[in-house]
Design a binder for this molecule. Structure first.
Ligand code: S3P
Length: 161
């Protein structure tokens, strides 16, 4: 991979990843999409039928498989949140880019989201707790940090390049 994007749900990993890949004329790889392709099930179905633990196993396996491939990789918001995945992301030669977004912006962007099981099952306070819990994990594996509040995807891509 040429770049790996990490960040909380709604930080723009997929949108920015697609645009960055287009600018670099590389394929865009979305980790969640790969999991959906592999299992033939939507993310919310994997959570409801098999539970989060099974999803995390699939996520780790898919992450490792994708690292050597060509392209720009957009991870899921929970991908860096395990010591094992952190080690993988810290060891990889590819730059790991953290998209930082305030919780307010996250809430605006994901308010209508139907297919994010984590968002659907949490209250605003619990989401804030999760946001604060995850921040240090993201920091620990990021090589580059970009604030995405009030920046368009194109501005973010220009900044990364
Ligand atoms: C998750 C984020 C989702 C998806 C899954 C779990 C998380 O990806 O991987 O629903 O734990 O934050 P996005 O960050 O693309 O929403």
């Amino acid at each position: 991979m040429k770049a790996i994007l990490i960040g909380f749900m709604g930080s723009g990993k997929t949108t920015v990843g697609k645009l960055l890949a287009a600018h670099l004329t590389l394929p865009h790889v979305d980790l969640d999409k790969k999991i959906v392709e592999y299992t033939g099930k939507e993310i919310k179905e994997i959570f409801s039928q098999y539970g989060e633990k099974k999803f995390r196993e699939l996520e780790q396996k898919t992450l490792v498989e994708q690292l050597d491939k060509k392209g720009v990789l957009s991870t899921g918001g929970g991908t860096p949140i395990s010591e094992q995945n952190l080690k993988i992301l810290q060891a990889v030669k590819t730059p790991v880019i953290l998209l930082e977004t305030s919780l307010n912006t996250v809430l605006k962007r994901v308010a209508q989201s139907q297919d994010r099981p984590i968002i659907n099952q949490l209250s605003r306070n619990e989401l804030l707790e999760l946001y604060n819990q995850r921040a240090p994990f993201y920091q620990r594996c990021a090589d580059l940090r970009v604030t995405t509040d009030n920046r368009s995807p194109l501005e973010i891509v220009e900044w990364i390049k």
